[in-house]
Design a protein around this ligand. Structure first.
Ligand SMILES: [Zn+2]
Length: 292
């Protein structure tokens, strides 16, 4: 098996893309271990429906799987803003893919494409694209393939760092679902790099997140990667800001104290994602990117 960020896309026609640098800064080589998870699939279909959309690249009509709004029942949150749902994982269905031309993007970005980018896809994706049939119900492994296709499209079209970062963050979440910690870390690191670049160079809001939320998220990603100095810098900037809403400030305070406590006690730092079943910030985080 090929190794790298785009591993798994070889059978779809892309076998010469393993050395692409997402942000033209770094490259990573890691073994890709994708396991299939098939449990608890039986009822998922009732939360899904087909939706017709037009591909902005080749103008084909395509049918995409979509999650019914009634399926969004929040179960818990994790400290990097991953929202878990009770009935179905809507992140599995977040990438829309045109089987005619190979164009793929997260659904909120799907129609946000310029003429010059369409040409890049026609020249660099479509000639290589091999059609792919997916089952009606997706799982984390399918989602990983589809997010990687979207990521490849973002790279080919020279999209903004925020798009690549968000795609990488969701890839990290999907690898978390299948407990592939090595790949999860690779994509968390790429997300941190991308959100940091977006923080410095892009306008807000970014995917519904204001500047403080992006600062918190970047800090939290760096914390989980063990980059405590960078994490503290971002958390501290959130904590001292006058305009930041209380919920994000509280989250930054909590994670900042977590680092300080581990530093003081010289314990092994707790770098794991913090999981919460509490609903204290549910509405806020759900609004950010609940996948709708
Ligand atoms: Zn198309």
């Amino acid at each position: 098996m090929e190794k790298g960020i785009f591993s798994g896309l070889e059978d779809l026609g892309f076998n010469d893309i393993q050395n692409i640098d997402l942000y033209e800064r770094k490259s990573y080589i890691k073994e890709d271990i994708v396991q299939t998870e098939n449990e608890n699939k039986t009822d998922e279909g009732i939360y899904l429906y087909n939706k017709e959309v037009i591909c902005p690249v080749c103008k084909s009509r395509l049918s995409v799987r979509a999650v019914k709004s009634t399926a969004y029942k929040v179960k818990g949150h994790e400290s990097d803003l991953y929202v878990r749902y009770e009935t179905i994982n809507p992140y599995f269905y977040d990438v829309w893919l045109c089987n005619s031309c190979g164009y793929a993007a997260m659904k909120t970005d799907f129609e946000d494409i310029r003429k010059s980018q369409i040409e890049k896809i026609k020249n660099n994706i479509s000639p290589k694209w091999k059609k792919r049939e997916y089952p009606l119900i997706y799982d984390a492994s399918i989602a990983i393939e589809r997010y990687k296709l979207a990521l490849l499209n973002y790279v080919i079209t020279e999209s903004k760092s925020s798009k690549k970062a968000m795609c990488c963050l969701k890839l990290a979440w999907m690898y978390r679902e299948i407990k592939d910690t090595d790949n999860e870390r690779i994509f968390r690191e790429q997300a941190a790099i991308g959100f940091e670049d977006a923080y410095m160079n892009e306008d807000f809001p970014i995917y519904g997140m204001n500047v403080y939320t992006i600062m918190y998220l970047t800090g939290e990603l760096y914390r989980t990667l063990g980059s405590n100095d960078k994490a503290l810098k971002y958390f501290s900037n959130v904590v001292v800001s006058q305009a930041c809403e209380k919920r994000i400030k509280d989250m930054a305070l909590e994670q900042r104290d977590l680092i300080r406590n581990t530093m003081n006690t010289e314990d092994k730092p707790e770098k794991n994602i913090i999981k919460s079943e509490q609903k204290k910030s549910s509405s806020f985080i759900s609004k950010l990117w609940g996948g709708r």
